[in-house]
Ligand binder design. Sequence first.
Ligand SMILES: [Zn+2]
Length: 496
Amino acid sequence: MSKKILIIGLDGVSWNVLNPMLENGYMPFLQDFIKKGKSGILKSTEPPITPTAWTSFQTGLPPEVHKIMGFRNFILKKGRLQSRILTSSSVSAKRIWDILSENNRKICLLNIPLTYPPFPINGFLVSGFPVPSTRCTFTYPEDFKDELLRTIPDFEVMQIGIGAKQKGMKIENIMGWWIKLISQKTKLTLYLLNKELWDVFMIHFQETDLLQHYLWHCIDKSHPEHKPEDFPKVAQFYSTLDNKLSKIIAKARNKGFSTIIISDHGFQACNCSFKANSWLFQKGYLVVNKNIKSDLISTLKKIFDLPRLYKFRSRIKQSKTKENITNQFLESAINYEKSIVFMETNAVTNIAFAHFFSDDARVIQKVLDDLDSLIFNGYKVINKIKKEIGKNNVYKIVFADGVIASGTVPDDKPFFETPKPFGKLQLGVHHRDGIIIFDETLKHYKLSENIFDVPEIIMRLQDVPFTPSGESKETDGLTAKESDEIENQLKGLGYL
Ligand SMILES: [Zn+2]
């Protein structure tokens, strides 16, 4: 007989976050829940990043197969690098929701990352991070949006760059904001749990990830910038989350659900930020066009101020604009004739990808050897280097824990002017160890060890046969007409 399942996603939550909250009595419900059930570490994907890990969770496939490596992918086309913005449509593998729907299971999915644009399921779907705005269609079926906004009129969606709003805000105000959002989601969850008889119900909370990025030093007592008075302010959020979880799980239990809580990755302090492309530039492995227009750099700075940009753009235009500008930058900044390599970095994890323009194995090996011998403050910077399966001349660079590679695009200065490749960041960054907790009704089941193994247990509990399968597809780039249109719009807005 199949079991009804409630899945709760807590983005980026790890035991090093939860334990201080549990030990200090801020999460009494969860403490009891853990004690009665069973729990462990859930390994994330490589890279341990939100869209990648949640896609593995939904498809049962590792990133090498579903090819969602972040919020955007970099590919080498005709010797030139191009970037692609990824959305739910970029995932061509079957999701467990497709299979559950085919088997007539009623499912409800709230706020799972990379589920925008929404897609058909046998039930309701509210898209998760990132969603451009409440003006666009972010629910399936489409008309559920009206019902949602009637129930929660000030419902807030998670846009790319939403976390940046925290900058300059007081801790109390950040907490108030995130508490408001988790309260909205809890209200929606309780409303929908009452509305229909579901087989599988999933609610995801993104707020934990955004909070931990910006306020890691308040949680981590060993952080050099930790102030003891800040801990209780942040703990207040986790205490409210505990209360919301207790309400959701109690309601679900009354309706016969078993509960699984998971996260997509963990968190840790950032020990070192490595500006990979600055280093490559200094070593002469990356050659930059000196005549790169300074207004292109200033445009990039504006473009990466995404919350501001989002105010002006419709859904398609937002994605296409970011995509187009990054591609313009890659095209005009990199001297492809003289460069050997460019590093695709991601400032939240310790994984980067080196894209080689050269086919010369000795040249590639020399760069990889140089990278491998990097030392910072007496520590080896890189843990391992692996050739990416199925990709020409792309190598996955795994940095030491807490070391992140940044600098795909310039921040305060064009990357080739940055004098020091090594620096410090206050932000919390991703770690591979997430959490998994089963409630007492699932105590006799084996805990999944990797995030891409979780679908197997969901499908087993639902009595639906499941074999992960699928291939990725390459999404098409911009047409010349679209590029022109976007450029004209940007000019109109004063961006160019
Ligand atoms: Zn995440």
